[in-house]
Design a protein around this ligand. Sequence first.
Ligand SMILES: [Zn+2]
Length: 246
Amino acid sequence: MKRIKQSCGLFFRAGDKENRSKGREEKTKLPWGERLRRWLYPAHCALCDGLLSGREKGLCASCRRRVQISCLCFENGFAPFPYRGVYRDAVRRFKYSGRAEYAVFFAEAIVCAAQKSVLPPGYGFPRSWRPDVLVPVPIHRSRFRERGYNQAEELARELGRLLHIPCDTKLVVRIRDTRPQNALTPEQRKENVKHAFAVKKHASIPARVLLVDDIYTTGSTLKELEKVLCGCGAREIYRVCICLAV
Ligand SMILES: [Zn+2]
């Protein structure tokens, strides 16, 4: 985990030194608003769910010592964790139990995974990635009302803050309330998300888009989203998730 603290330089665009130094300042001094928020609503450790104390951020000291971050690759993307054990439990709490604050650690873990260089030949990423914008996979408004937040959006915002890349949470909307993907076969998953997304009217689509989601299983949701974005002018699409289902 030490590498997380050192740099998030992989995705930085050239000449972004100023932003990098700003990033370091942010890490040393918490703004008043954030300090008040933490006092009112103490954050939980993303792995053991214990309360974080003092200046612990994302993970408690004990989990920080034992966490294992990998770089698990899938088509045009990667995830830092396998979808099993403590990581699966953590993502479930992040998604269904109101633990939006876990996004802080998951974003750090994604950046840390990106810095690992043991990648299969031919992937050419993430060092070559230069996303113009981060786009979280949108959820339907009815599900948003139910959960109170979109976990992919929380993650994309944190990631954008770490990488100094804008995050557009309104670029794509989910126009159909689809069934949960986890109980479906690969074929049903594809059908389930067909025509589920639409790009915001009159939006200009950046050339390079980094899609952000929680779990990668068959990739049908991301593929459908890519189809919509590419149909509107996006040229390169990259993907990051928290967990890869293995
Ligand atoms: Zn912990």
